[in-house]
Ligand binder design. Sequence first.
Ligand code: HEC
Length: 288
Amino acid sequence: MKVAIATIGRRAAACLVLLLALVLPPASAEQRIDPAADQRAFQAYFRQAFPSVALNDFANGPYAVDKDMRKQWEEIMQFPPYDFALEDGKKLFETPFKNGKTYADCFPQKGIGIRQNYPYFDRQTGEVVTLDLAINRCREQNGETPLPYQVGDMAAIDAYMASTSRGKPFAIALPADPRAFAAYEKGKKFFYERRGQLNFSCASCHVQAAGKRLRGDILAPALGILASFPIYRSDWGSMGTVDRRFISCNDQVRSVAFKPEDELYRDLEYFLSYMSNGVAIAGPGTRP
Ligand code: HEC
């Protein structure tokens, strides 16, 4: 009797294994999450596509890959149009909140020279925290209202913090935490997924067509694509943060854009920044 029950138990277990094997897709090599391997392949693709562009120069987007644009840029950079924002940003950064504290009190190293570590995965809350989100959380912790994300004071503070980090290579950490890997995967999926009426993915323009012309623009390669943020764009006539750029690129393909600092945008920023590890921060930047 005992033997019979044991046999049935074993059979049931075998059935369950068989059932699971049918229901679950096989864990093939493609499906395993291996961000380090993704990063090597991503960087190798761009180094191969643009063999004469030095790694840090990818931070300069269209100027890294187009000679004529680069010339115009060198002229513009004699009086960088982001200088006003930079000055404002320094002042804002140093002005105490009503409670007497400052932004410096919220950040490691008092906020100086840390841009390259953002976004980071916060193991306490289980989410990706961008620099801009951290700036607003700092304000809220100190009883101030959060700033609008895409322009203005946020872009200015961002510009100042980036400027103190120039030359420091992106050093985005991916902690051994399944939630961090899940966030990375979500960002990656968002980057490669086709969407909108035009059915384009981010990669359609910034990987496959990187360096090519689209109307008046030269498409920036995705490697190092966030290293110069925030940027002053002549066609915006003002500064813009990463959120502003993500939203306008979503609009370009006529797909629904998300709210600034939406979880998906933060995961996307995490993925793109991690792909760019090793590219030095060059922000704030200027663009045509
Ligand atoms: C239809 C093509 C197209 C698609 C699709 C697209 N973009 Fe863009 N993107 C542009 C153009 C044009 C610019 C401005 C020129 C440039 O800098 O590349 C730009 C600029 C950017 C920049 C700033 C680059 C720089 O150096 O200033 C970032 C970052 C960016 N895009 C991210 C994305 C992301 C993320 C997605 C997917 C959500 C996306 N883009 C989808 C066309 C596109």
